[in-house]
Design a protein around this ligand. Structure first.
Ligand SMILES: [Zn+2]
Length: 271
């Protein structure tokens, strides 16, 4: 009897010891499986970062946390894409890699070059930076030289976050047109490329603003609404998943990667 009990105890002990490994492998399998909607095609996750530094504020993800996240994406079957690849997939039916992820940074902080860019290069990860053209070269922000160097690498795409970062819904139409066209023109002149996408400053937009964005020649625009995208998404109201610094940033990152499909079915307005 004692012999039987000890065997049971050993079996229980073994099970408890193996439990983390079982959980780890089932988690790995669930994130690697492709997330495809039968009607609207593959889900694309758009991650939204701001600063990569050690400030310990919510908008700042630390360089080590950022590296852990990029390594996770690369090692778990995710593939980073450019906004142009996303556009071609939506309009031309171009094929995207499995588990496509678009990594975006808002505001164009200098740390995107000094802290994030070395990590992007190390893992071969593509990212998009939405710059505020009126702040380029100012303390704490990217210089045009840094933007040009990153753009030339083929890993980083520079896109528009307007001239002054004013909330577009609080401006006159004339001011909105200036913010949109001047920023697009400035980036195109300085970097010798086409600017295709906008990120709405503070996330503020409405249908009228979206129409002005389209008229200014943009092919799409990103909001700060929480969600992921598929073929039913309005290209001028693309939702994103913000990645913040939290008490356990990596756990929050995994949750956000995994729970996006659930969130996207709750209150998701498409038009
Ligand atoms: Zn911003």
């Amino acid at each position: 009897m004692t012999r039987f009990l000890s065997r049971r105890k050993i079996a229980l002990l073994l099970f408890l010891l193996l439990l983390p490994a079982i959980c780890f492998f089932s988690l790995k399998r669930s994130t690697a499986a492709e997330n495809v909607d039968s009607v609207n095609g593959p889900k694309i996750i758009v991650l939204n970062y701001h600063k990569i530094d050690n400030m310990n504020i919510s908008l700042s993800v630390t360089p080590s946390d950022f590296e852990q996240q990029m390594a996770y994406l690369v090692q778990n079957g995710f593939h980073t894409i450019t906004p142009h690849e996303l556009y071609m997939a939506f309009t031309d039916g171009a094929t995207l890699p499995t588990n496509p992820v678009l990594i975006t940074f808002d505001d164009g902080y200098a740390d995107n070059y000094t802290k994030a860019y070395p990590i992007l290069k190390k893992y071969g990860v593509k990212a998009t930076i939405f710059v505020i053209t009126g702040l380029m070269g100012k303390p704490g922000y990217l210089t045009w030289g840094q933007a040009a160097e990153m753009e030339a690498s083929g890993l980083v795409t520079i896109e528009s976050h307007t001239v002054t970062h004013g909330s577009l819904t609080g401006l006159t139409d004339e001011q909105v047109r200036y913010e949109l066209t001047e920023a697009k023109h400035d980036i195109e002149q300085r970097l010798g490329k086409e600017v295709e996408f906008l990120a709405y400053p503070t996330g503020a937009y409405n249908l009228h603003i979206a129409r002005l964005v389209k008229e200014a020649g943009y092919k799409g625009a990103f909001t700060v609404r929480y969600g992921n995208m598929d073929r039913a998404t309005n290209l001028y109201a693309i939702e994103r998943v913000p990645i913040f610094h939290t008490s356990d940033t990596f756990a929050s990152f995994l949750e956000r990667l995994k729970f996006v499909p659930l969130f996207s079915h709750i209150g998701w307005v498409k038009n």
